[in-house]
Every structure is written in structure tokens, then in C-alpha cells.
Design a protein around this ligand. Structure first.
Ligand code: ZN
Length: 482
């Protein structure tokens, strides 16, 4: 976050948690809220290759038969099976054609070539249009992803790359031209991957099984990992999107199918893309210290954002971060219903607020901070629990957790009104939303936790709830997660 907004507007978040008129949000056939993932049940089982998966009938140059080649080859066979049905179904009978060639290589030693040049030291997976091939690095990239996030992360990467092959097959139907910005192509490919994963989650795949809780969590963790660095411009030729943007695209495809993806274009992507460079008022990498002044700014920003609820604002009380009297506590930040306070362990929150060390993250080292916005969001989430208590909503179940994440998103949007700085002087800076997503994907993050610290099982739901609040405002939170 950044400080230094001028005093200007007071925006009352109207309709917070009250009854409001329908805003046209599509609810789908299943009741939205905790307990379903875009209309599918929340499931728990081991995700990966099915025990009875067939042997793929595909020729892969360079494949050595190791685990990662096995996963990648099955992923390609599976994604092709998906598109063999989805392409004609969704796009006026268009016939599907498999890709021309597949290549497995080891980035540490191989010097093979595709139509796009040598793969030497290329820690990557890619679709090459000039020879219609898909290639992957089995030496570094795939084993690293698999070991850190699980087998579905490998499938995610290949489903995304195959999405680029689909783009070329769709041609005009996907609206891609030479002038299309990279980030739009990437959004479409993430979205196409989402469409495929829905098909797997619904049980149509011969090769893979994915649970909608832990299985899709592997997908989201992989997408988070391959996000662009904070401060990248959305117009950069290399831009692939923030974690916020990438998960948006994936979840759109998952919920709405590939037609939605083909409809993504420069205009509608630009309108919602959160990726942007740091601006001149951002100090350092947009990380602000969690000191006394920042805490006051945060408090007034929350008071303003939630004034429309018309309830007594929770007060901040630094100390141990636990509630007095032994009630349920969630240190380093707890909401205490007995006296309507948010108790804060500032030392631990300050540690959480340390800037993300992306180099350490890439190398798999733990123990670094998640960034200032992760800490601010945790505090905001406890405050939001207090607001829900104030209006008489439940605060101790999975819906309350999703509502909390949604309200944190609404508050984040409140601090992000370009040209209309809030009275509080806190502003969202580049990378902040991804810090909130990092918190949502953590096993013990508070942003989507209820008053006891329990979180909804599905990371897909948690991330979606935050984004809905951010994009649609606070009134959607009570409607959707009632
Ligand atoms: Zn891509």
C-alpha cells in the first residue's frame, strides 16, 4: 500500500449486508456460497493420474518415461480429448486437429530445436505456432512444480500451453491478431485451461481426477507461482498477468466455458486488468511499514469503507493478538465479540508485512514475509467479522469466511479509486492484491477465516470471494454468501 492520498471524497458503501436489489449477478443453478465450487460439490480426494488411466497413444520426441513425461504426455492426451468434444460443441462444429508434434527436453543439457529455436537453458513449457508443437522442460520446470505443488500443477501448465494451440485453431473466432497484446492471449489461455479443468472436475476425464478442494488448490498455487512480478505493466510485451488476473481468467473458463474465453479481447481485458506499474507515489516496492501511523490510516480507511453498515466500528487493541477471557482467538489478529475489538500482535503482523522476497520464493525457501497488504488484509478481515457481528450475521461458519474475504475485497477496491483518494490516505499499490491472494492460499491465512479461524475448504471459493467483493462491491457479499 502507499500513503499520501489527499482528503477528498467520502464514499459510503451502501447496502452493506442489508437487503439490496438484484444487481444481475449470475448465480447459476446451484445455490452460491460455501459448499460448492462454481456449481460443483466441494470434494476431497487425491488428485492426479487415475489408477486405471490408459497409456496415451502419442509420440513425444525426447520423452524418457519418467514421472514428469508421463504426467505431461497424459495431460496432452487428455486436453486433446477435451477439445475434440468442446471445439465442435462450442464453436459451430469446428473440427479439432491434434498438434503436429510434441517435445520433451531437459533445460540443463538439451539443445534440441523447435520451430521457435533452441531449447537450451529454457526452463519453460510452450506452444510454438510456426511448427504447431508443444514442448516442455522435464529437467527443471516440471519436477519443481510437481514437487512443490503436486501433479495437477504440471497439468495446469500444459493445459495453458495447449490453450495457445486452440487460439490458433480458432483464429477469428478468438479474435486474435498480430496486434493483440500478450496479456490478452495469456488470459485466454488461462481461461481455456479453466474450461478443461471443469471437465476433469466433473468426472469426464479418462486420465485425471481432480478434487475441487485440494486438487484445484494445486492449480491455483501454480498460477500464483507463475504470476508476473509486482510492478509489471499490463501493456508489457512479456506480461502474463498478476495472480489476481490469472486466477480470474482461469475461474471464468471453469465457470462459464471456452466461449467466454474466446470473447476475451483487448477492450474487456483492459477494463478489469489489475496489473500496473508502481506509480510515483509508491515508496520502494509499494510496501509500507506497519507502524502506529499506518495502523491509524488503516483504521480510518475501514471506518469509512464500512460506515454504510451503520454499526459500531470495532476498535483496535494492540497486545497479544488474542481475546481476553479465553474466547476463540486467531492470533496474530483476533476479533473479540465480547468488547467489539480487534486484538493485534503487532510484532508478528509486522513480520508478515515484510516485502515478498520473490527470489527466495522461486528457490523454495520459506520464512519470508507476504507483503504489507497481507498483514493489512488480515487486520481488515477481523474488522469485517466485527461488522458482520454488528449487523447480526453469522460469524462462525464457512459462509462467514467467504463473506469476510469478499468484504476484504470490497475494502481493497475502496482504497483503489484512482483520482478519488479516500480521506484515509491509504492507497492500493501494485502487487497488493496478489499479497491478499497469497494469504488466501496459505493454510493458516486469516483473510477468509471465520471468527474461530476456520476457513472454507476450497481455495477456488476463497479467491473468488475476494475478487467478487473487489469487482462488484460489498453488497454482493451478503447476497452471495448468505
Ligand atoms: Zn501462455
Amino acid at each position: 500500500m502507499s500513503r499520501g492520498g489527499r482528503t477528498l471524497a467520502v464514499l459510503v458503501v451502501a447496502g452493506l449486508l442489508g437487503t439490496t436489489a438484484c444487481s444481475g449477478t449470475s448465480a447459476g443453478p446451484v445455490r452460491p456460497g460455501a459448499g460448492n465450487v462454481a456449481g460443483l460439490p466441494v470434494t476431497h480426494f487425491e488428485s492426479g493420474l487415475k489408477p486405471d488411466a490408459p497409456e496415451p497413444d502419442l509420440r513425444v520426441r525426447g520423452a524418457g518415461g519418467g514421472t514428469d513425461d508421463q504426467l505431461a504426455t497424459a495431460a496432452i492426451a487428455d486436453v486433446q480429448a477435451y477439445w475434440a468434444g468442446a471445439l465442435p460443441e462450442e464453436f459451430d462444429g469446428q473440427q479439432f486437429k491434434p498438434v503436429t508434434s510434441l517435445l520433451s527436453y531437459d533445460a540443463r543439457s538439451d539443445t534440441e530445436k523447435t520451430g521457435c529455436g533452441s531449447v537450451e537453458e529454457l526452463v519453460n513449457a510452450f506452444y510454438c505456432a510456426s511448427d504447431d508443437s508443444v514442448a516442455w522442460d522435464r529437467g527443471v520446470l516440471l519436477p519443481m512444480l510437481r514437487q512443490r505443488f503436486g501433479p495437477m500443477s504440471v497439468v495446469t501448465v500444459l493445459a495453458h500451453e495447449f490453450g495457445h494451440a486452440i487460439q490458433y485453431r480458432l483464429g477469428d473466432r478468438a479474435g486474435i491478431t498480430k496486434a493483440t497484446p500478450t496479456v490478452v492471449k495469456e488470459q485466454q489461455a488461462d481461461c481455456f485451461a479453466g474450461g478443461y479443468f471443469r471437465w476433469v472436475a466433473a468426472g469426464h476425464s479418462k486420465y485425471y481426477q481432480v478434487s475441487t478442494a485440494e486438487g484445484l488448490d494445486q492449480v491455483l498455487a501454480a498460477m500464483f507461482f507463475i504470476r508476473d512480478q509486482a510492478g509489471t505493466s499490463g501493456t508489457d510485451r512479456q506480461a502474463h498477468g498478476t495472480a489476481f488476473d490469472r486466477t480470474f481468467a482461469f475461474q471464468s473458463g471453469f465457470a462459464k466455458g471456452p466461449k467466454e474465453c474466446a470473447g476475451m479481447n483487448a477492450e474487456n481485458v483492459r477494463a478489469r486488468l489489475t496489473e500496473r506499474p508502481f506509480d510515483s507515489q509508491d515508496t520502494g516496492k509499494g510496501d509500507t511499514r506497519l507502524d502506529e501511523q499506518a495502523l491509524q490510516l488503516l483504521k480510518s480507511s475501514l471506518d469509512e469503507a464500512f460506515r454504510g453498515a451503520g454499526v459500531a466500528a470495532p476498535q483496535f487493541t494492540p497486545g497479544s493478538g488474542s481475546c481476553p477471557g479465553g474466547g476463540p482467538s486467531t492470533p496474530p489478529a483476533s476479533y473479540c465479540p465480547d468488547d467489539n475489538t480487534v486484538r493485534l500482535d503487532l510484532d508478528r503482523l509486522e513480520a508478515l508485512a515484510q516485502p515478498v522476497d520473490q527470489e527466495a520464493e522461486q528457490a523454495g525457501r520459506e520464512g519470508t514475509g507476504l507483503g504489507d497488504f497481507a498483514a493489512f488484509s488480515e487486520i481488515a478481515s477481523r474488522y469485517a467479522v466485527g461488522i458482520q457481528k454488528g449487523v447480526g450475521a453469522s460469524i462462525d461458519n464457512a459462509d462467514a469466511g467467504l463473506r469476510t474475504a469478499c468484504l476484504v475485497g470490497a475494502w481493497a477496491a475502496f482504497t483503489n479509486r484512482p483520482g478519488e483518494p479516500g480521506t484515509s490516505g491509504l492507497r492500493l499499490s501494485a502487487g497488493d492484491l496478489d499479497e491478499a491472494i497469497a494469504d488466501l492460499l496459505r493454510p493458516d491465512g486469516l483473510v477468509s477465516a471465520d471468527v474461530r479461524g476456520d476457513r472454507p475448504d476450497s481455495g477456488f471459493d476463497r479467491v473468488e470471494a475476494l475478487r467478487r467483493g473487489y469487482l462488484e462491491g460489498s453488497s454482493v457479499c451478503s447476497k452471495r454468501y448468505a
